[in-house]
Design a protein around this ligand. Sequence first.
Ligand SMILES: [Mn+2]
Length: 388
Amino acid sequence: MNTAYYEDSKMLNAIFPGNNAIESAQRSIPTYSVFGIDTHTAINQEDQQFLDELIDHLMRAPLTGRAEKSLIFPLNRIISSRNNSTAPLVNVFVTPNEIRRLTHLCIESFKAQPMLLRLNPAPRLHIFGDLHGQLRDLRTQINEIGLPIDQSDSLQYLFLGDYVDRGVQSVETFVLLAALKCRYPRAVYMLRGNHEDHNTAITYGFYDEIMSKYANTVNPSNKGKGERIWLHFVSIFNWMPVAALIGEKILAMHGGLSPHLTNLQQINQIPRPTLTPSYGLMCDLLWSDPEPLSDPTASWAMSSRGISFTFDERTVISFCHRHHIELIVRAHQINTEMLQHGHKWFGQNGRLVTLFSAPNYLNMGNAGGVLVVEPSTTTANAYRVRVH
Ligand SMILES: [Mn+2]
């Protein structure tokens, strides 16, 4: 793996103007529990052991030699046209019982969190963009950064969604993250992407992956099993939070801003459980994109995706100014400008960055980007993008 570090001094100053500023911001954050982070979710010893074994199983399972057809499962039209990679997969199977048990823990854990998470970035927060079922790549990235247990409270993960679809190990990718999230509720945080939804994942691969892995129709006793597994995942999706406010300075979500967003507290008022609506605040947080607009008088435009909007840099700057936000971190896009480093700064002012963390996505040869937020109280505050 090729790893490079980027220090961006312009961003460094923009985000954390000085030690005093960040320290006072930290002082003003009393405890995690005030914000509804699920520290009070009691995980008993049996559940802990279950999660440890599941995590261990997924992290240690060997790779297959090469991607064999039988392991990619009967390819549907979308996947076969998009993924003909011969890279090895992880040779692992999660049982229906494991999924059932994890679903229960995971829903309880998400329920205990607000829709807008509030995190303190200290001491080290890693933010991931789209993953799309690439378990092998996710494991490599986690191995490089470390599991929370290895470094006791010294690192945190925030995942911005799109765990499923496109890639062929979406089940295992989501299960690994959900298990880590339940096992380490103060270190691992997950937001919902537009693919974590019944209407999207039924079309772009996840539903078909579940059916091919869990609905063996040759045995009549398996009737309905695939559907039940699918509903387990969808019921988790419907409880996932949609945005995170980090150190009161960085706002993170999967898609982007919304013309409906006038007060950050509106995010906490979105009712749950819910499918992702096709219009409105929640839809935009998961679906919108930044895009330079040709009309200098417009701030918002209809998205070419056929859902939600695009917004320009002036919208970003005025939003940041109004809500005292220094940086918006989002995912949801990969384009030719992102191939080399897996991320892209939007506009001239460095107020928005797009992350994409699935390397060689659909054989595009792209790098996967992971943002590291690292406030320091001893030296100049560090802020860097790590590129895999
Ligand atoms: Mn997306």
